[in-house]
Design a protein around this ligand. Structure first.
Ligand code: SF4
Length: 302
């Protein structure tokens, strides 16, 4: 199902690699100290590219926690001047618990906020982020942003052994947000050949919670995107699986780490017709096996 934000309309640039949370599932926790963010020349080159070719309407500023950059509003102003109609930040949003800061970012042109909400309650969220009080700030930020005209909210919840039973509670927690247009559920990427046992969880344990969360989120009018879950286990909700992403401009050394996930492993990969499925990954197979008796190759289109 195509949603309100077409990935092909966006380009994503990593502009900062520092964070003041320590999320247990973080994909770049071990690499953010050596990954290099785009410098000003690279940022300017991207703006020039869009001025000339108008390839994208949206820019996503990401990396680790971009609100730690003091010049974030200036980056947004420059992006708007270069023709980006939408500027999004990927953030844990804690700094946006301050309404004055929200207003400053919105005035600078940041109109989309992709916010990490790791769980549906404070105790679990703060356990996952390892920072007491982080939940309260992130939720305050979402409610601040929800009051500002022209703002779109998106959320992401990473699905791990810690969070999977909290997915439905997370949808419920956010049900009052008027501007929440999209909820995403990203199944844990181990980023190594042996995933952390604290985080790895069987797809069959996750399945009922994830399906219920998708149904409920849709009931509340959210568009839903799921990443890295077997397509054949999603039944009539398979249209929520979208593994494609906007074009990402990142330190190329990132991809060496990312590919350690070992995606596309499945006994049925050669015969399966799913174009979205990433199959299983190395850490998952080591822990839970191939599930050859429970996965079902999908029909190929004629
Ligand atoms: S059979 Fe394998 S490749 Fe096909 S949808 Fe299921 S997990 Fe994905």
């Amino acid at each position: 199902m195509s949603g309100p934000f077409a990935h092909s309309d966006y380009v994503e640039m990593t502009v900062h690699f520092r964070c003041n949370l320590k999320c247990r599932h973080c994909m770049i926790l071990d690499s953010m100290h050596w990954l290099t963010p785009a410098d000003d020349d690279e940022f300017e080159a991207l703006l020039a590219e869009n001025r000339q070719h108008r390839k994208w309407t949206g820019l996503i500023l990401t990396g680790a926690e971009v609100t730690l950059r003091k010049d974030l509003p200036e980056l947004a102003v420059r992006a708007r001047e270069a023709g980006f109609r939408n500027v999004r930040i990927q953030t844990h949003a804690m700094r946006l618990a301050d309404m004055a800061y929200c207003e400053k970012l919105v005035a600078a042109g940041i109109n989309e906020y992709f916010v990490s909400v790791t769980a549906g309650d404070a105790e679990l969220h703060d356990y996952i982020t390892e920072v007491p009080g982080s939940f309260q700030k992130t939720i305050a930020a979402l409610h601040n942003l929800d009051q500002l005209p022209g703002v779109s909210l998106l959320t992401n919840t990473v699905v791990t052994r810690l969070s999977y039973q909290s997915l439905v509670a997370t949808v419920e927690l956010l049900k009052g947000l008027q501007n929440l247009r999209q909820m995403e559920f990203w199944n844990y990427w181990p980023m190594e050949e042996d995933g952390k046992p604290e985080l790895l969880v069987s797809h069959f344990d996750v399945q009922p919670h994830l399906m219920q969360a998708i149904r409920l989120a849709r009931q509340y009018g959210r568009h839903v995107e799921v990443k890295n879950f077997p397509h054949c286990l999603m039944g009539d909700l398979g249209d929520a699986l979208r593994n494609d992403q906007p074009e990402l401009r990142i330190d190329p050394r990132f991809w060496t780490e990312f590919n350690r996930n070992g995606f596309h492993q499945c006994e049925y990969r050669e015969v399966c017709g799913s174009k979205q499925c990433l199959g299983l990954n190395t850490a998952y197979v080591k822990q839970y096996g191939w599930h050859a008796d429970r996965l079902q190759p999908m029909p190929r289109s004629p």
